[in-house]
Structure formats: structure tokens, C-alpha cells
Design a protein around this ligand. Structure first.
Ligand code: PMP
Length: 397
């Protein structure tokens, strides 16, 4: 599909049709499309020149905003994509520990750096690229260990065997790239305890959850101090901004203070920085996360009831303003292999039925849906009716 315009909760396609948008550019647009405060910040930034290749005060302001509010962030470096943020955090972990192996979890997506393209979610799940992408040399994957989520014995085994050579564990604390797979706090703390014992670093990939589930992301919700964190999406207000951050002694490995190289021509450009500042300051000012999460909880509960009314056996899995319509299951679904085998086929029918009714969902069965501040009560009420109607048409999974 081709779209020409986004406004608030809506997208407009090339033929002028309007859709309620629950994809929101895969998450960054927490204020909705073309928010006027972000637009004004960007307009002013462009008037002043859009890339200096030198320091400017806005990245300091954004960095200070984050450092003063997130206790696990002593230092921060801005980059242009989540992929770069992850690559850089892994490089620091290897440099700081002198170890080479990284543990990730099946179904978690951490961008498209070679070493992370093993049993990953997002587009790889949709395209059935299960094991790894073509074009990734085996040698690079040799240092990537993968275990299932929520599997304590697999975790014990991998640490028994590889704990001494493991530089870091990277995880999405709210896995949201293979559908939404909320994890048990005990399991997550188990991962952290293993890391502390083995001397491996904990990297939270909060590219989706950071500044989305709340100001402090999942680190705050779980009461955890990760060693390193990656951010993206919301932090750039829809512009290409991401960041890696964490403990001072680890971040000080990065050049020019330390020996770990990382640079980017357009990193921390004033347009992205001013957009990022505009979005987080506005969310703060409006107490936006609380308002949005309340609205989302109400919406998901109404949607769930409406699906039951039309006898669609679909669960609405949700966390904060993220939700995922999933073929119903009597067991909690925390791992990839627990997802119903008909999810893909059912979602294809549901997606098209929703589209015909003017609702645009993420175009893939394993991508999650996002609400924005622009999804007001009237829009959400009509979305419930349209989606329930679409679920009825999609029929039994
Ligand atoms: N980590 C996570 C958790 C993500 O969801 C994504 C993108 N969806 C990335 C990393 C990569 O970010 P980007 O697409 O900006 O490279």
C-alpha cells in the first residue's frame, strides 16, 4: 500500500481513502501523525540548518533529560537507528568483558546487524526466515547463542556451558517482535541473576518499549538496572534517532574517551534531536503515558468483549499502549512455539477485512499494534465496532 499523508490517528492512501492507523510507523508516533508541536520543532530546526557535523546544544538537552530521569543512564550516545544502537552496545560489552559470545532469545528482534539475525522476529518471522538471513557468514553467527524465552532449564544449561565466555545477554524486556509475548518477572530476574553470577552484562533492548510503555520503559517496570540499554522509535519522535546508554564505566569505553570506535555522519543531527525533545517533553507535560495507557486498557477491554460477542476466539494481548490480536489459547503464550499455528492464516483474513472497513493494522501477523495520543474516544469506539465486524468476517481461526 502507498500512503500520501498521515494526520493524527489516520493515514490517507494514494487514492484518498482514510484509515484509522494502528501501526503508527511501527511504534515511534506516540503523539500520532504530524503532531503540531513536533512539526513546529522540526520547522524551526530546519530554518537553522539541519546538520552541523559538530556539537549542538539539543543533543545535550535530550541527553540531560534522559540522564536525570533514568537512574541506569549515566551516559548516552545518539545514533540513527535501533540497529546501530544494538551493534554499538554489543561492541562495548565485548570490549569491556574481553569475551565474545552474546546470548539472545528466540523471537526477539534486535535490528539487522549480522550477528543478531538468528531466530529473530519482526520481518524475519513474517517472511518465514526462521534460522537466519541469507548473506550472514556462519563465522559471525558462531558467537551468537540462542535459547527460547521463558525456559529456565535451557537458560541454566546455556550458562553452565557458556557463562564464562558470554559477554552479554541481550533481550527485549517486553518481547514485541513475534507478536507480544509479555514475560514473567521471575524469569526475567532469573536471567539477570545468571548474568551477575557469570559476569555477563545485561543489555535491555528498549527500542520499542522505551518511552512507549512509560517514561522509564520496562527497566522501571521491572525495577531493574540494566548495564546497557538501547532506545529508538519514540525517542526520535518519528525521525531517525536512536541511542545506546548505560553505566559510566561501560560507556567510557567509547571513543574518544575509550578505545571502542563508533561514529555516524548524521547522528545527533539537530532536526532529530529537536523532534525527540518535543515528543518527550510533551508527553511529560501532558502526563501522557498515564492517560494513554488508561485509554488503551479501556479500548482493549472493549475490543475483547466485542470479539466475544461475535464469537471470535481471539485474545487481545496488551501492555500499556501496545496490543496484539492473537488466536486464542488456553495457556499463557510467552514463547514462539506456543503461538497458535493458525495465527498467520487468520491474521491475513482479519487484516484485509479490517482494511476494507477503513482500519489499517500492521501488515504482518507477528507485528504488534500501537495506540497514540491522537486515538481519541470517538475514534476508538468506532474502531471497536469495525474490528469486531472484521473479526466476524475473518471467521474461525
Ligand atoms: N530492537 C528492537 C526491539 C526493535 O523492535 C527494532 C526495530 N523494530 C530494532 C531493534 C531495530 O531498529 P531499527 O529498525 O531502527 O534499526
Amino acid at each position: 500500500m502507498f500512503f500520501t499523508r498521515g494526520a493524527g490517528a489516520h493515514l490517507v492512501d494514494v487514492e484518498g481513502r482514510h484509515y484509522i492507523d494502528f501501526c503508527q510507523s511501527f511504534g515511534p508516533l506516540i503523539l500520532g501523525h504530524a503532531d503540531q508541536d513536533v512539526a513546529q520543532a522540526v520547522r524551526l530546526a530546519i530554518e537553522d540548518g539541519w546538520s552541523f557535523g559538530a556539537c549542538e546544544p539539543y543533543s545535550l538537552e535530550l541527553a540531560e533529560w534522559m540522564c536525570s530521569r533514568l537512574p541506569w543512564v549515566d551516559r548516552i550516545r545518539f545514533v540513527s537507528s535501533g540497529t546501530e544502537a544494538v551493534m554499538s552496545a554489543l561492541r562495548i560489552a565485548r570490549a569491556a568483558t574481553g569475551r565474545s559470545q552474546i546470548l539472545k532469545f528466540e523471537g526477539c528482534y534486535h535490528g539487522h546487524a549480522d550477528a543478531m539475525l538468528v531466530q529473530a522476529g519482526s520481518g524475519l518471522a513474517t517472511g518465514r526466515i526462521a534460522a537466519s538471513s541469507a548473506g550472514v557468514p556462519d563465522g559471525i553467527l558462531a558467537d551468537t547463542l540462542v535459547v527460547p524465552l521463558d525456559d529456565a532449564s535451557a537458560l541454566d544449561r546455556v550458562f553452565d556451558e557458556h557463562g564464562a565466555t558470554m559477554a552479554a545477554v541481550i533481550l527485549e524486556p517486553l518481547p514485541a517482535n513475534y507478536g507480544l509475548l509479555p514475560q514473567r518477572s521471575e524469569w526475567l530476574h532469573g536471567v539477570i541473576n545468571h548474568c551477575r553470577t557469570a559476569g555477563s552484562l545485561v543489555i535491555f533492548d528498549e527500542v520499542i518499549s522505551g518511552f512507549r510503555v512509560g517514561r522509564g520503559g520496562m527497566a522501571e517496570e521491572f525495577g531493574v538496572r540494566p548495564d546497557l540499554v538501547t532506545y529508538g522509535k519514540v525517542i526520535g519522535g518519528g525521525f531517525p534517532v536512536a541511542a545506546y546508554a548505560g553505566r559510566a564505566d561501560l560507556m567510557d569505553h567509547v571513543a574518544p574517551v575509550g578505545p571502542v570506535y563508533q561514529a555516524g555522519t548524521l547522528s545527533a543531527n539537530p532536526v532529530g534531536m529537536r523532534a525527540g525533545l518535543a515528543i518527550v517533553e510533551k508527553m511529560d507535560r501532558l502526563d501522557g503515558w498515564r492517560a494513554l495507557n488508561d485509554r488503551a486498557a479501556q479500548f482493549c477491554s472493549r475490543l475483547s468483549t466485542a470479539f466475544t460477542d461475535v464469537r471470535a476466539s481471539i485474545d487481545i494481548v496488551s501492555h500499556a499502549s501496545i496490543f496484539w490480536p492473537r488466536v486464542a489459547s488456553s495457556q499463557p503464550v510467552r514463547r514462539v512455539d506456543q503461538i497458535h499455528e493458525h495465527q498467520r492464516a487468520w491474521y491475513a483474513k482479519f487484516f484485509h477485512a479490517a482494511l476494507r472497513r477503513g482500519v489499517y493494522l500492521p501488515p504482518a501477523a507477528f507485528e504488534v499494534c500501537f495506540l497514540s495520543m491522537a486515538h481519541d474516544d470517538d475514534i476508538l469506539r468506532s474502531a471497536v465496532d469495525l474490528l469486531a465486524d472484521a473479526a466476524e468476517e475473518a471467521g474461525t481461526p
